[in-house]
Design a protein around this ligand. Structure first.
Ligand code: MLT
Length: 403
């Protein structure tokens, strides 16, 4: 008889954003006339940049010609895109990354989950609490998290991020093997400076650990002390894998394009993780469509860069509006300065899900309850700056009116 991977049965509830979508759908069905403003899942609202659309159209036309048609592309991504990434995202910042260290993919979410394939089941994994649920759930699926007891997985090492420590994880006090870090952070919206990241690279070197660095929100960094890449820290290429995405940088949430960097220097017992990831991708992945990679390439053109930057500035302005309005409403807020997420403390110690319900039912605003990101997220909600400016202002007025 076939057996299932019973690690799936250990997962509590459904994926956070599916649960929220179901709750919102039920509310909308029961209240069809009520306007809902979505500030829950971090999904963009601005259309793709004209330069991106133009490149995509051109690529579509090419695919319809005998000369321009492409079948399977390289699993690692086309050189035209990998070379642009090397030049614009790394060399321009003084970082030496080679194009064969870049693996173009369909999303940072999938890569953050799939990366576990190249690591032993016996590794001890450290995650922040609160945390982007993908890191936890995918390790649970792989059997690396142990059992879910109370609010925690028995084999995970939780790094509590609270108001007291400025939502910055502290170095593990025991030996861990894999460390997920995300800066600018999802969900708290805080960012780490170069000085704050250095000890992590030192820890990883000393303990033979690998840092899985999710830098999907780097485009929102405004503070010059905040690094855009972990590789800005000396020695990081020996200990870190970096995940990047066009989703939030260029509005590709529905278009799907991202990349993962696995430097050749990163080795475990003499084995390059680059070759393992390459093997994994070649076996399980057939590359991102040519048309999409052409669209992603256009993000790096002068026009594309200018247009996508305008969208980022627009979202950062929304983040400012949210921060200021919630503060006026009497809430304590964090994040939102180098990130599209605002982390707000619930009033009067209210539970996250209760405050989520209140905001949905009384203000028609969808947020994400902090508790959904882990036990230390209890007592907080997360709002995204990815709505339209009009809806952001409207949502803030509604929230102010009920608080
Ligand atoms: C989020 O809202 O946390 C993100 O949009 C989810 C994702 O990028 O997968």
């Amino acid at each position: 008889m076939a057996k299932i991977n019973d690690n799936f049965l250990k997962l509590p509830g459904s994926y956070l954003f599916s649960t929220i979508a179901k709750k919102v759908a039920a509310y909308t069905a029961a209240n069809p006339d009520k306007e809902i403003i979505k500030m829950g899942i971090g999904d963009v609202t601005k259309p793709l940049a004209p330069a991106v659309i133009e490149a995509m159209h051109k690529a579509v036309d090419e695919m319809g010609t005998a000369d321009g048609f492409r079948g399977y592309g390289p699993e690692q991504g086309y050189d035209f895109l990998r070379d642009k990434i090397v030049e614009k995202d790394y060399r321009a910042r003084g970082i030496d990354i080679k194009s064969d260290e870049i693996f173009v993919s369909d999303g940072a979410k999938s890569d953050c989950g799939n990366i576990g394939d190249i690591f032993s089941k016996d590794n001890k994994v450290a995650v922040c609490d609160p945390v982007y649920p993908v890191y936890v759930d995918t390790n649970a699926m792989a059997g690396r998290a142990g059992e879910f007891v109370g609010e925690h997985w028995t084999n995970l090492y939780y790094m509590s991020c609270t108001e007291e420590n400025g939502f910055m994880p502290e170095l593990p006090t025991e030996k861990v093997d894999m460390i997920y870090l995300c800066f600018p952070n999802n969900p708290t919206g805080v960012s780490a400076t170069r000085e704050q990241l250095k000890p992590w690279v030192e820890y990883a070197k000393k303990n033979g650990a690998v840092i899985l660095y999710d830098s999907a929100y780097e485009a929102f960094i405004t503070n010059p002390d905040v690094p855009h890449s972990i590789y800005e820290i000396e020695g990081a290429k020996e200990v870190a894998i970096e995940f990047r995405s066009f989703s939030k940088t260029a509005g590709f949430t529905g278009t799907r394009c991202a990349y993962t960097v696995v430097p050749h220097e990163l080795k475990i017992d003499g084995t390059e993780l680059n070759s393992l990831w390459n093997r994994r991708q070649c076996t399980k992945f057939n590359g991102v469509p040519y048309v999409i990679q052409k669209a992603a390439e256009a993000v790096y053109s002068d026009e594309g860069h200018k247009q996508t930057r305008e969208a980022i500035e627009y979202y950062l302005e929304n983040a400012k509006i949210i921060r200021e309005s919630l503060t006026e409403a009497g809430l304590t807020v964090f994040g939102g300065e180098n990130a599209p997420y605002i982390w707000a403390k619930t009033p009067d110690g209210m539970k996250s899900w209760d405050f989520f319900d209140k905001l949905l039912e009384e203000a028609g605003v969808v947020t994400t309850p902090g508790a959904g990101f882990g036990p230390s997220g209890e007592g907080y909600i997360r709002l995204t700056a990815f709505s339209t400016k009009e809806n952001t202002i409207k949502a803030m007025e509604k929230i102010k009116a009920i608080l």
